[in-house]
Design a protein around this ligand. Structure first.
Ligand SMILES: [Zn+2]
Ligand SMILES: [Zn+2]
Length: 272
């Protein structure tokens, strides 16, 4: 099986509001997204299909055919539109990223020949994206940033071993990074709000449980978690999982960029 994907960008406006609710309740649940005149995004849509390689042509499917099918839907129903006002489905449903990715999946699922739809990723901006595969679950990922110092040093190794493994990262005073943390939750979009999770609530939990502890701190010196635990990004990812899981049932994955070049992923003990 080979997997291939095609990306495209479209722009659309939307607003999140349930007409049966008061303006106050809409603002409480949807925050600034409830503003009725709307706001908009440049969405990046990535459609991944899977199929068998044809040994004669050397391709699975002509990727321009994938692009055509995407274009038809996007140009007719999404690009340049105010979704709540101009798209029949979103006149009735809240156009959250989770609902949008599900809508696009349902529209495209059976349109491909010689391959099957595998995964759709929809990025609303650099800090929020949704992914859907054939399961009813949708993954929603929110990205956060923190800057922190650390010293890579294990109490369980000798001075020489620490220097040998960690090199200049073992510098006694420490050094630092711009970390980017991706928190992925998983679930079925709520039939009324269209959300997998309350984003405001998610932000609060990450802020209180993780960012306040680590941002602009020295992990080894300022945090209880890393007083005796080597703050490698592997350990930081596991610690962040543990700090969030108790307050976040739907937590699915921690993605941690230590630098632009170094990335770490953790799915909890269930997948070990
Ligand atoms: Zn929006
Ligand atoms: Zn480092």
């Amino acid at each position: 099986m080979i997997y291939l994907s095609r990306k495209m960008i479209f722009s659309a406006a939307h607003s999140y509001s349930i007409s049966e609710w008061s303006e106050e309740k809409n603002r409480l649940v949807f925050g600034p997204c409830s503003h009725l005149n709307g706001h908009g995004h440049d969405y990046t849509l990535e459609v991944m299909v899977k199929g068998r390689l044809d040994s004669n042509s050397g391709i699975v499917v002509n990727i321009t055919d994938i692009q055509k099918i995407m274009n038809e839907l996007v140009e007719k129903e999404l690009d340049g539109k105010f979704l709540n006002k101009e798209n029949a489905y979103f006149k009735e449903h809240i156009p959250t990223t989770e609902n949008l990715v599900t809508y696009i999946w349902n529209e495209l699922e059976y349109q491909f020949s010689n391959c099957d739809l595998h995964k759709i990723t929809l990025r609303e901006n650099d800090f929020l994206y949704s992914e859907k595969e054939s399961l009813p679950m949708v993954h929603l990922t929110r990205k956060y940033h923190f800057s922190t110092a650390h010293r890579l040093h294990s109490d369980l190794l000798s001075e020489e071993e620490n220097i040998e493994i960690f090199g200049k990262c073992n510098n006694p005073y420490g050094h630092g990074h711009n970390y980017y943390l991706e928190v992925t939750v998983s679930g079925k979009p709520d039939p009324i709000t269209g959300m997998v999770t309350d984003l405001g609530q998610l932000d609060k939990i990450v802020e209180n449980n993780v960012l306040k502890k680590f941002d602009h701190k020295h992990l080894n010196l300022d945090t209880d978690e890393f007083k005796h635990l080597n703050p490698t990004s592997e350990n930081v990812a596991v610690v962040i999982w543990d700090l969030l899981k108790g307050d976040l049932d739907q937590l699915y994955k921690i993605g941690l960029y230590e630098t632009e070049k170094n990335y770490f992923e953790y799915y909890g003990t269930d997948r070990e």
